[in-house]
Design a protein around this ligand. Structure first.
Ligand code: ADP
Length: 198
């Protein structure tokens, strides 16, 4: 009955999602979502999220790119944080990056949805606590850490949706920063379910 009212949603939308979406907010929330294909270190946003490792001292993939672009001061600040547990998030300055802050979060190795969800949730909680209004996420855990792309995209978009339903006023924009064409295609499709546009 509920699903029938959502004429603009694809039929294959997961039940979990249709049960939780507040239809009256759909358009308002969808306008706050962007997809960007490219390098997250180029984005002039309040915060970019780093898919870090527990040491917070740099690594490969997006982590390496962020540390290279931010310069050595980022690593110096990270050294003072005593690492980060899986699912947690910690904020630092962004130094030479055009963004204002970096939120470092440690994704799970392999498909652990609860832990991946915590990464998004805790990053968004820090964003709100620091009065930041724009944030860009990479596809946490889907590179070296091996989380399958489609399930990871569902977790990412679901957590952002849940946060926006409660905190719409404090968020101006959430950007999903996608590095591959495959991820861009996946997000373009999945976002239609979680953030339907008319
Ligand atoms: P993890 O260890 O959490 O899997 P990775 O950095 O290996 O992290 O990969 C996470 C995602 O970040 C992958 O989709 C990868 O393609 C992407 N990525 C790599 N470099 C960048 C970059 N400069 N900007 C945005 N995304 C990037």
């Amino acid at each position: 009955q509920y699903a029938n009212k959502i004429g603009n949603l694809p039929e294959n939308i997961p039940m979990l999602v249709t049960n939780q979406i507040n239809i009256s907010q759909n358009e308002e929330l969808a306008k706050k979502i962007s997809v960007f294909r490219g390098d997250i270190t180029t984005l002039e946003v309040d915060a970019i999220v780093n898919a870090a490792n527990k040491s917070l001292l740099g690594g490969g993939g997006v982590d390496g790119a962020i540390h290279r672009a931010a310069g050595p001061s980022l690593k110096e600040e990270c050294r003072t944080l005593n690492g980060c547990q899986e699912g947690e998030a910690k904020i630092t300055g962004a130094y030479k990056l055009p963004a204002k802050y970096v939120i470092h979060t440690v994704g799970p190795q392999g498909e652990k949805p609860g832990s991946l969800a915590q990464c998004y949730k805790n990053s968004l909680t820090i964003m709100k606590a620091q009065n930041l209004r724009t944030i860009a996420f990479p596809c946490i855990s889907t590179g070296i850490y091996g989380y399958p792309l489609i399930p990871a995209a569902h977790v990412a978009t679901m957590e952002v949706r849940k946060h926006l339903e409660k905190n719409a006023d404090s968020v101006e924009r959430v950007i999903f920063c996608l590095f591959s064409e495959e991820d861009e295609n996946i997000y373009q499709r999945i976002l239609q379910s979680y953030f339907p546009l008319k």
